[in-house]
Structure formats: C-alpha cells, structure tokens
Design a protein around this ligand. Structure first.
Ligand code: NAD
Ligand code: DAU
Length: 331
C-alpha cells in the first residue's frame, strides 16, 4: 500500500512509521508533518532512507491534494495533542484539528482514497471513579477541554463525510499512550526526564485521576488491524484495559528509578481536569480479533525509562524550555 501518514514525526505517528517499515516492507510511506514544537525529524532518523518526509501543514489544501492523489490510504495522526497547551491557547487546536481534518476529508473525497482517522477517548468526557459502565462506541460525546472539543469536532466531520459523500473512512478513539518518542510535556516522560535531570516529579492535584494506559505499539497494531479489516463508517475504541490513577503510576515510576515513592511535589491542578477515562474494547477484541501484546504495565514502564535513559540526545535539547513553560503555569 502507498500510505500517507499525517503527523508522522510526532509520538504515535513516528512509532507507526517505524513499525510499518519494520513489519510491512512492501508499503511505501510518505509522511506529511508541519514539524511543530511536537514533531521532530530526529524521531524518523532511523528510517529516513526508507520513507519520504514532506514538511508541510495539513491545512495546505494544494499540498494535501497532491499527496492524497498518489496514496492508497491516509492514516491521520496529525493534531495539536496537549490539553494544557489547549487551555493556554486553543487557536492552533481549531486550525489543525478541525480545519486540518476538513482539508484531509476534502482531498480523500475528491480522490476516493481510504482514510483512517485517529482520535481519543477524551471526546466522551470523564467518568466517576465508581462508574461500572466504561466508554463504548455508543457513549454520547461530552468533551471537556478545547483539545477534546476540537477532536470531537473532527470525528463528527469524518462521520458526516462518510454519510453525505460516501468517503471510505474509519475512526478509532484510543486511551492514553506511553512509550518511546513521547514529548516530554506529557505525564510519564515528564516525570522520567525530571528525575533524570535532578528535578522533582510533579503531580497535579491529588493524583486520584485515572487514565487507561496502553503501550503505543499496541495502539498502532490496532490501527493497522482496523485499516485492513475495519468496516467502513465504523468507530472502534482501542484500549488494553490499563486503568491506573496518576499517584500509583508516579509511585511506580519513582520505585523503578530507585527513588523514594514519596519524592514528588503536588502542583496546581489542571483546570477542568477530567477525573477518569476507561474504555471497553470488546468490539475490537471480538469483531477484529485484536489483542494487545504489552499487557505488563510495569515492564512497559521499565523499557520506556530505559529508552529515555539511552536517548538523552533526543529529549535533552527541549527539556529546559518545557519545564520553563510549566513553571509559568505553577505546574
Ligand atoms: P504529538 O503532539 O506527539 O504529534 C502530533 C504531530 O502532528 C507532530 O509531529 C506535529 O508536528 C504534527 N502536526 C501538528 N499540527 C500539524 C499541522 N497543522 N500539519 C501537519 N502536521 C501537524 O501527538 P500524539 O500524541 O502522537 O497524537 C497523535 C494523534 O493521536 C492525535 O490525533 C491525538 O489526538 C491522538 N491520540 C493521542 C493519544 C496519546 O495518548 N498521546 C491517545 C489517543 C489519541
Ligand atoms: O486519553 C487520551 C489522551 O491522553 C490523548 O488524547 C492526549 O493527546 C494525550 O495528551 C493524553 O491526555 P492527558 O491529558 O490524559 O495526558 P497527560 O500526559 O497530559 O496527563 C496524564 C495525567 O497526568 C492527567 O491526569 C494529568 C496528569 N499530569 C500531567 C502532567 C504533565 C500530572 O499529574 N503531572 C504532570 O506533570
């Protein structure tokens, strides 16, 4: 297949490109990425000879049209992805997540190209800690932040383009990812690199917020399965059923890095902080026969810590600026 991967220099997209080059050597991969603060050429250095990287904005209709015209499928990862940034300045989220997705949709409509749209469980809002019913494909949308509102908007555009124009698209909404190449603004890599640079780990509020963690390789294997076997027009929820509260994750990280599990600071909580996300992935398991491989979360964290230890040159140049940004927010 000739694949166009949007946002392929970001965290999940880069991992997707790596696994595609490794496991599907007959695929031709083109990446379009604006190389924003979150997109790094370095994340694709190991595969640079096997792919084509086009630096460009997914809102550039002419560029997108040309690239889509020469593709069999588009895997649409590109987005502004960080909730705290959206709270500071929502504008880039409207641009990329809404107008960018619209631009991709118009191009795949014109050229009849298959689309898989990557989205998030955050579109469903949050759950009470004791709510027994997890998110399913039928849960109504109820986004809380400017980030999740723009992702919800992009999902709705995809659904409308399927229904109104017969665009051949699928959608997946995944839970929190972790693994190599994740930007150090995000919870797990922020704490790992804080500890590695002699800073203290930082926990928002009480730390009782629950996230449903999945290794990025499992997210991407599910995306590949949906691309190949998913039913057009359907939404699939991806999770490896890894619910844990932030305090537990932080204490585990500290223990794995030989620190006292109480060696962290409580910092200002996130505004409107979603309490709990949890996905029921039975449709994906039962209908598409998918299963995650990284089911031992502690082992996944251990290898992620190792990756950040061994790849300091990837994150060190951006660490001080990321922490300066957090300091401004009291976080
Ligand atoms: P990321 O922020 O690490 O990467 C986003 C990439 O998109 C970057 O390379 C960036 O340069 C690129 N990009 C941004 N604006 C662009 C534009 N206008 N044109 C072209 N490229 C642009 O994000 P991520 O964590 O890899 O997330 C990828 C996708 O997965 C997003 O759609 C996100 O909503 C979704 N998602 C993320 C998670 C998670 O836990 N990280 C979970 C579920 C879903
Ligand atoms: O659920 C999927 C979503 O997961 C994706 O759609 C988003 O793109 C991705 O960023 C992630 O969103 P979260 O807001 O859940 O992830 P983040 O890593 O920012 O925070 C995870 C939890 O940790 C959240 O409850 C806030 C908390 N936190 C975060 C940071 C950065 C801390 O306690 N301390 C921190 O320093």
């Amino acid at each position: 297949m000739r694949l166009l991967v949007t946002g392929g220099a970001g965290f999940i997209g880069a991992n997707f490109v790596h696994s595609t080059v490794r496991e599907y050597p007959d695929d031709a991969v083109t990446v379009i990425d604006a190389l924003t603060y979150a997109g790094r050429r370095e994340s694709l250095a190991a595969v640079e000879d096997s792919i084509r990287l086009v630096e460009g904005d997914i809102c550039d209709a002419e560029l997108v049209d040309n690239l889509v015209a020469e593709s069999d499928a588009v895997i649409h990862f590109a987005a502004e992805s960080h909730v705290d940034n959206a709270l500071d300045n929502p504008e880039p989220f409207l641009h990329t997540n809404v107008i960018g997705t619209f631009t991709i949709l118009e191009a795949v409509r014109r050229h009849g190209v298959r689309l898989h749209h990557i989205s998030t469980d955050e579109v469903y809002g949050d759950l009470a800690l004791d709510e027994p019913q997890r998110f399913t494909e039928a849960t109504p949308y109820n986004p809380s932040s400017p980030y999740s509102a723009t992702k919800a908007g992009s999902d709705m555009l995809v659904r409308a383009w399927v229904r109104s124009y017969g665009v051949r698209a699928t959608i997946s909404n995944c839970s929190n990812n972790y693994g190599p190449y994740q930007h150090i603004e995000k919870f797990i890599p922020r704490q790992i690199t804080n500890i590695l640079t002699g800073r203290r780990a930082k926990l928002y509020g009480t730390g009782h917020n629950v996230r449903d963690w999945i290794h990025v390789e499992d997210h991407n294997s599910a995306v590949r399965r949906i691309l190949e076997k998913g039913q057009i027009g359907r939404t699939y929820l991806i999770s490896s059923e890894g619910e844990r509260d932030n305090l537990t994750v932080l204490r585990t990280l500290l223990r794995l890095m030989d620190r006292d599990p109480d060696d962290f600071d409580h910092v200002t909580d996130r505004v409107g902080h979603d309490l709990r996300y949890a996905i029921d992935p039975s449709t994906l398991y039962n209908e598409l026969g998918w299963a995650p491989k990284h089911t031992d979360f502690e082992e996944g964290l251990r290898s992620t810590i190792e990756w950040y230890r061994n790849n300091e040159s990837w994150w060190r140049p951006i660490k001080d600026a990321a922490e300066a940004q957090y300091e401004k927010r009291g976080q």
